[in-house]
Design a protein around this ligand. Structure first.
Ligand SMILES: *[C@@H]1O[C@H](CO)[C@@H](O)[C@H](O)[C@H]1NC(C)=O
Ligand SMILES: *[C@@H]1O[C@H](CO)[C@@H](O)[C@H](O)[C@H]1NC(C)=O
Ligand SMILES: *[C@@H]1O[C@H](CO)[C@@H](O)[C@H](O)[C@H]1NC(C)=O
Ligand SMILES: *[C@@H]1O[C@H](CO)[C@@H](O)[C@H](O)[C@H]1NC(C)=O
Ligand SMILES: *[C@@H]1O[C@H](CO)[C@@H](O)[C@H](O)[C@H]1NC(C)=O
Ligand SMILES: *[C@@H]1O[C@H](CO)[C@@H](O)[C@H](O)[C@H]1NC(C)=O
Ligand SMILES: *[C@@H]1O[C@H](CO)[C@@H](O)[C@H](O)[C@H]1NC(C)=O
Ligand SMILES: *[C@@H]1O[C@H](CO)[C@@H](O)[C@H](O)[C@H]1NC(C)=O
Ligand SMILES: *[C@@H]1O[C@H](CO)[C@@H](O)[C@H](O)[C@H]1NC(C)=O
Ligand SMILES: *[C@@H]1O[C@H](CO)[C@@H](O)[C@H](O)[C@H]1NC(C)=O
Ligand SMILES: *[C@@H]1O[C@H](CO)[C@@H](O)[C@H](O)[C@H]1NC(C)=O
Ligand SMILES: *[C@@H]1O[C@H](CO)[C@@H](O)[C@H](O)[C@H]1NC(C)=O
Length: 453
């Protein structure tokens, strides 16, 4: 009995397996035709884009930039980033060409010189819409934005690099209550208007407002801090000034915060961020970093992996206390902050994942100390322009075996270069004033003060 049951199941299993193997990865004919129409429309008159989209080929799910659902074999994603040859001039996209794609959820049209929409139907089921750098849009683009509310399922919207100049985002934008990702970078926006609108998008997880010409204080009264689902906030490269608002402490879901390249006053202690227990990455570089008495009773709830605070000439007096409590750092950059301490070999000892440590021009002195045990993950170490003295330790190769770039010019090192560094290309032409030591493993371009030689 048990045996016969067993026997009858085996062929069924084999059939299922063979079906999976032999079913052609074809695609829906209606969608294949539409893809070819789309190709014609963006190649018109003489383009050469999308060579794998061929008339004789039935397997359109295998075509480049096309993703299909495994179960329904319908197109779910189209990545048309830069597919159109710029020499062909403006593209008036016929949005009705997308009507056959009933399960299309992601469409990227970045950088195709779309100048307008001939018809504006066909994208209602879409949940991801990337319309970056549609530089020469006409009134029909305005119409598209007005009708954004007609995309009820939109969760990811990218409208960066469009020179929108604040005229965007009519009532349609207000209806996008389900938005999780919103990228409006590199448009000139009015911060009070935009945060009023965005403050109502309670599901927002990623907000990118880089280079939007915001100025003045961080617009907290308009609801920025109410976005407590936000995981990523990028407001870098604006003209914001003033102190970090205390209400930042309420944005407890934040994992990545980028406020670099503004005129903000950021305490070296990072105390306004201590309650952000999920914060992994903070970029505060190119702002006004200032020294602040560390409050001994407070310690951060975060463990950072990426920390960038490089600046132009601020005085911090000492390494901030919170740094002693970090053990997950991978990248740390404190370039140009006057710290006036010794070489922080404890940073390497505490942070075994540390890959890149930049302490150029930090007024550090004393000897160059190696970690007490070998640190395999450190690959880039920049300590130029300090007051280090003494010998370069001969054991450097044994203790930092993964080192690829070592910048240590403009210090007071004396003695000879350890023979271990013979395996490196050695540059001594970078400074005329002082002796100079710049090393990089052969075949690795030397990263020197932010530029590649
Ligand atoms: C397209 O190709 C045709 C025939 O090869 C040619 O006559 C025409 O000038 C080309 N047009 C452009 C815009 O290159
Ligand atoms: C669909 O199948 C491919 C290839 O087998 C696989 O890589 C992909 O993860 C699958 N996608 C989904 C959504 O299951
Ligand atoms: C847009 O495409 C649809 C579907 O292919 C077609 O019926 C319609 O005529 C096109 N509209 C224009 C203005 O080309
Ligand atoms: C929006 O998504 C829901 C759930 O996935 C789906 O049932 C509905 O048909 C979609 N709406 C449109 C207009 O595609
Ligand atoms: C935007 O498009 C123009 C040409 O259409 C191109 O030159 C420029 O590099 C693009 N900018 C970005 C940021 O993609
Ligand atoms: C921004 O919008 C607010 C409120 O609508 C308005 O008072 C202010 O003048 C605008 N600012 C600029 C620079 O347009
Ligand atoms: C954090 O949010 C709560 C509730 O919305 C509010 O009462 C409190 O004042 C906020 N904290 C700060 C520092 O703004
Ligand atoms: C940080 O959280 C603690 C307890 O979770 C709370 O007592 C404190 O007020 C918070 N700090 C700020 C600035 O919100
Ligand atoms: C080094 O830092 C000082 C102050 O911290 C600053 O004034 C100076 O411009 C920096 N030097 C370089 C080469 O950036
Ligand atoms: C980091 O190093 C300092 C100095 O050795 C030590 O006091 C501190 O406890 C260490 N922190 C961690 C998290 O290991
Ligand atoms: C070095 O980094 C890799 C990944 O980047 C990680 O898998 C490995 O554990 C790290 N090694 C140490 C000693 O931390
Ligand atoms: C320094 O020397 C290297 C190797 O000879 C050379 O490639 C590089 O261009 C030089 N850099 C400068 C700034 O002269």
């Amino acid at each position: 009995m048990g045996l016969s049951l067993h026997m009858s199941i085996v062929p069924v299993i084999m059939m299922v397996v063979s079906l999976q193997v032999w079913l052609p990865l074809g695609c829906v004919e209606e969608e294949r035709t539409a893809l070819l129409q789309l190709k014609d429309s963006l190649n018109y008159p003489n383009g050469t884009s999308l060579p794998s989209w061929r008339k004789g080929d039935a397997r359109c799910c295998d075509w480049e930039r096309v993703v299909c659902s495994n179960s329904t074999v319908r197109v779910t994603e189209l990545d048309l980033y830069r597919v159109r040859n710029g020499e062909l001039g403006d593209w008036y996209l016929n949005a009705s060409l997308f009507l056959p794609f009933q399960e299309l959820i992601s469409l990227d049209l970045w950088d195709n010189q779309i100048a307008g929409w001939v018809e504006n139907k066909g994208l209602t089921s879409i949940s991801t819409l990337f319309l970056y750098n549609i530089t020469s849009f006409g009134s029909s683009f305005q119409t598209l934005l007005q009708s954004l509310g007609a995309f009820p399922n939109l969760t990811k919207l990218g409208l960066g690099y469009n020179d929108l100049r604040g005229r965007i985002l009519g009532d349609g934008f207000l209806n996008l209550k389900n938005l999780e990702l919103c990228d409006l970078s590199y448009n000139t926006l009015n911060s009070s208007n935009i945060f009023q609108t965005i403050g109502t998008m309670t599901y927002l997880k990623n907000l990118r407002l880089q280079g939007c010409s915001f100025n003045g204080q961080l617009p907290i009264s308009q609801g920025l801090c109410d976005l407590n689902h936000l995981r990523e906030l990028d407001i870098s490269s604006n003209d914001l000034s003033g102190f970090l608002p205390p209400c930042l402490a309420n944005m407890t879901s934040l994992q990545q915060l980028d406020i670099s390249s503004n005129y903000l006053k950021i305490p070296m202690s990072l105390s306004p961020l201590y309650n952000l227990s999920k914060l992994k990455s903070f970029d505060g570089s190119d702002n006004e970093i200032y020294a602040e008495e560390d409050d001994h009773n407070l310690s951060p709830k975060f463990q950072l992996e990426f920390l960038y605070l490089s600046s132009h000439g601020q005085v911090a007096r000492a390494f901030p206390k919170f740094l002693y409590h970090q053990f997950n750092l991978q990248y740390l950059d404190l370039t140009n902050i006057q710290i006036k301490g010794e070489f922080p070999n404890w940073l390497m000892e505490n942070n075994t994942y540390l890959q890149e440590l930049s302490l150029e021009n930090c007024s550090l002195s004393g000897s160059f100390l190696l970690p007490r045990s070998s640190h395999v993950n450190l690959s880039i170490l920049r300590i130029s322009m300090n007051y280090f003295q003494g010998q370069i330790p001969v054991e450097i190769g044994a203790y930092l075996p993964g080192l690829q770039v070592l910048l240590m010019s403009d210090n007071g090192f004396d003695g000879s270069i350890p023979s271990w560094l013979d395996q490196y290309t050695y540059y001594d032409n970078l400074s005329s004033s002082q002796q100079s030591f710049e090393f990089t493993t052969k075949n690795v371009p030397l990263l020197y003060r932010g530029s590649t030689i």
